[in-house]
Design a protein around this ligand. Structure first.
Ligand code: 5GP
Length: 192
């Protein structure tokens, strides 16, 4: 998605630890027009997938999921993060290793909001090693819901997640794929 790549090139800041900051439009301040364009692109890419629910994880995914759900005309639901191991009986849960905080946390989703009849589109802001998406896939497996696709705004193509998910046969679409960001210079790989 050219518009997203241009925005990343203009406003993205590369931090130590191969972390890209896009706080001016996606991760802190939010640009609703950009979010709408992202949602419409996900809709174009997954229009035929029979999606009934958009799933993400708090916090950065929520705005993306909300706008995407609005365009698809379905509900959005977000997995909650909780450090406690004292889990409610009525939740699906999975342990995820956080890329940005380098620690494990538990994600939880009420059983009310994910059903075996659901065809789920998982969305998130970034894909690095794929742990957040893997956790959300586990929630879907627990619910016996179908993962119909994964939509990512920014995939860091030099990390493992994209390859792992594609090798599993998951329909993954990333709107911008970063090939490298060495010495602060961001280059992109071709997308669909
Ligand atoms: P993964 O689970 O794929 O290793 O990492 C993806 C998750 O970590 C995303 O939910 C995202 O919030 C966070 N993340 C990973 N890499 C980056 C990055 O370069 N920048 C930002 N802002 N978040 C990242």
């Amino acid at each position: 998605m050219k518009e997203l790549e241009e925005r990343i090139a203009a406003e993205g800041r590369v931090l130590p630890g191969e972390v890209l900051k896009v706080d001016s439009f996606l991760n802190h301040q939010l640009d609703p027009v950009m979010l709408e364009h992202i949602a419409r692109e996900f809709h174009r890419l997954f229009a035929d997938a029979g999606i009934t629910k958009i799933l993400t994880v708090e916090a950065s995914g929520i705005a993306i999921a909300t706008m995407t759900a609005y365009v698809f005309g379905v509900p959005a639901v977000f997995a909650k993060k909780n450090r406690s191991r004292n889990l409610d009986a009525d939740v699906y849960s999975a342990v995820v290793h956080s890329y940005t905080y380098d620690r494990d946390y538990t994600i939880m989703l009420s059983k009310r909001y994910l059903k075996a009849s659901d065809h789920v589109l998982i969305v998130d802001d970034f894909l690095a090693n794929g742990r957040a998406v893997e956790g959300m896939i586990q929630l879907c497996e627990q619910a016996r819901a179908e993962v119909s696709g994964v939509g990512i705004c920014i995939e860091k193509g030099f990390q493992l997640g994209g390859r792992l998910l594609r090798e599993k046969g998951i329909h993954l679409e990333s709107l911008a794929i970063i090939a490298s960001m060495e010495d602060g210079k961001i280059t992109f790989r071709k997308t669909e």
